[in-house]
Design a protein around this ligand. Structure first.
Ligand SMILES: NC(=O)c1ccc[n+]([C@@H]2O[C@H](COP(=O)([O-])OP(=O)(O)OC[C@H]3O[C@@H](n4cnc5c(N)ncnc54)[C@H](OP(=O)(O)O)[C@@H]3O)[C@@H](O)[C@H]2O)c1
Length: 256
């Protein structure tokens, strides 16, 4: 399914799952659409490698910003988006980190500065971003998506910060959905995927003798496979706003 006359912003679009989501949208957007690729450094290496026909499918702009710092989102949008009258506007809040997962929380020696940076980039930054996005694209049907994780629903040793931050993100989006019925809000858990974050977690867990069997047996999915299922859900637009959906639940339902 294609998307017409839409603007899509993907945070952390330079690599990992963000890259796969951006590429999936690139294949489905039309010439009236705009793809906004957020990247911390401003570089999006895969875009250089994409061929000309891919790159000419829609307009593409890059938004540079470190999510752990104060970002002037309004100025960024105003500089890159001249006409904001799109039919649909999708904000895909994907970027993030898992934090320091080497030791149990109270043995990790986390300092307040480090904590502040983690919570700013993983949770708090979403609020000014979503707020400015909503104003900027007020003429559009707005879809706000939080890329979350199954780990937001369970307590896993060493992954306390990761789990708590994803749970907080889920909560924020649920509340936003309840505050404004005109918004389409989705918490999407994409499954374990072959990315740097996954391999860092797996190696660290095995190295520190934590849930070794589970991590050794875990079968990550390819980012583009998960991205396709995700973008199909957005295209169908049938989910309940504020809902949490996991990749494996979608696959289970399809089997029934
Ligand atoms: N991989 C999995 O198994 C899995 C499973 C469930 C959910 N998720 C979720 O999926 C999302 C993407 O994860 P991933 O696996 O693709 O991770 P990844 O490969 O480590 O990529 C993380 C992305 O976030 C960006 N990012 C991190 N901190 C940033 C900051 N301060 N400012 C700007 N950008 C920043 C990174 O940019 P740089 O390149 O500049 O660092 C990168 O683009 C995360 O929210 C994660 O929780 C992943």
């Amino acid at each position: 399914m294609k998307f017409s006359n839409s603007v899509v912003l993907v945070t952390g679009a330079n690599r990992g799952y963000g890259r796969a989501i951006a590429r999936e949208f690139l294949n489905r957007l039309d010439e009236k659409s705009l793809l906004l690729l957020h990247s911390r450094s401003g570089a999006v290496p895969w875009l250089q490698e994409a061929n000309d026909s891919e790159k000419s499918r829609c307009k593409i702009e890059i938004l540079k910003g470190d999510l752990s710092e104060s970002i002037k989102w309004k100025e960024l949008f105003d500089a890159k988006v001249s006409d904001s009258s799109f039919e649909n506007a999708f904000l895909i809040s994907n970027a993030g980190t898992c934090g320091n997962i080497e030791k149990p929380l109270l043995e990790s020696g986390h300092m307040l500065d480090e904590m502040a940076s983690f919570w700013t980039s993983n949770v708090a930054q979403f609020i000014p971003l979503a707020s400015v996005f909503k104003k900027k694209f007020s003429k559009s049907k707005i879809h706000i998506i939080n890329i979350t994780s199954l780990i937001s629903k369970v307590n896993v040793p060493k992954l306390s910060l990761y789990s708590a931050s994803r749970r907080a993100r889920n909560c924020l989006l649920e509340v936003i959905a309840s505050e404004d019925a005109s918004l389409r809000c989705l918490n999407w858990a994409p499954g374990p995927m072959e990315t740097e974050m996954f391999y860092y977690m797996k190696e660290t867990m095995i190295k520190t003798n934590t849930d070794v069997e589970m991590w050794q047996n875990m079968q990550p999915v390819k980012t583009d496979v998960s991205a396709k299922v995700f973008v199909d859900i957005l295209a169908k637009d049938e989910y309940k706003s504020g809902e949490y959906i996991d990749l494996f639940d979608v696959w289970k339902q399809e089997e029934q």
